[in-house]
Design a binder for this molecule. Structure first.
Ligand code: ACO
Length: 157
């Protein structure tokens, strides 16, 4: 099991995390002018999508690491569980939108969130967990026990 260091806790994302989540995700990419109302609609949507064979479990699982002293979000990450036809109706976990608040980098919180999400994927029955990342983060993911497999392709609109 993933060990949470003293002074931090990890839990599912909540409505009250809105302001902190925008700040942490801005360290990853452009967040845009999202409103609290839209954020709430997204969390409600995520909570409406359940796993086909495990109706008490969610397809979208976004977790935050909280600094227990300041009650702020130190890191965030998501595992999305995809239902496939192949591999006997198998499940693939997709790790997405990982970010550690810049004040908290270098304290192993990035590795903690990846370990936690990977363990969640295994518990939910995924036969593999995959992610796309920039070349500059390959070393980080290798430290998290991920190996390079394939090449990301994209078309943008
Ligand atoms: N390259 C090589 N090694 C790295 C890197 C890197 N870019 N970043 C961290 N490491 C190493 C650390 O030195 C440490 O090694 P050690 O165990 O030997 O001491 C190990 O990886 C774990 O590092 P953490 O302290 O857990 O990393 P941190 O908490 O700083 O988080 C992260 C790393 C998430 C990449 C952070 O820098 C960040 O938020 N960056 C901006 C957003 C971003 O790029 N997110 C990832 C996008 S990819 C995706 O979302 C699927």
């Amino acid at each position: 099991r993933t060990i949470i260091p003293n002074g931090f806790s990890i839990r599912k994302i909540e409505l009250s995390d809105f302001e902190d989540v925008k700040i942490v995700l801005a360290g990853l990419t452009t967040v845009g002018p999202i409103t609290l109302c839209t954020y709430e609609t997204i969390l409600n949507y995520w909570n409406s999508v359940k796993l086909m064979n495990k109706p008490s479990e969610y397809a979208y699982n976004t977790s935050v690491i909280i600094d227990d002293h300041t009650h702020t979000v130190a890191a965030i990450g998501t595992i999305f569980v995809e239902q496939k036809i192949i591999h006997d109706g198998g499940l693939v976990g997709h790790i997405e939108d990982i970010a550690v608040n810049s004040d908290y980098r270098g304290q192993k919180l990035g590795k903690l969130i990846i370990d936690y999400l990977s363990e969640q994927g295994e518990k939910l029955g995924c036969y593999k967990v995959i992610l796309d990342c920039d070349v500059k983060n390959v070393g980080f993911y290798e430290k998290c026990n991920y190996n390079q497999a394939g090449i990301e392709m994209q078309t943008r609109f």
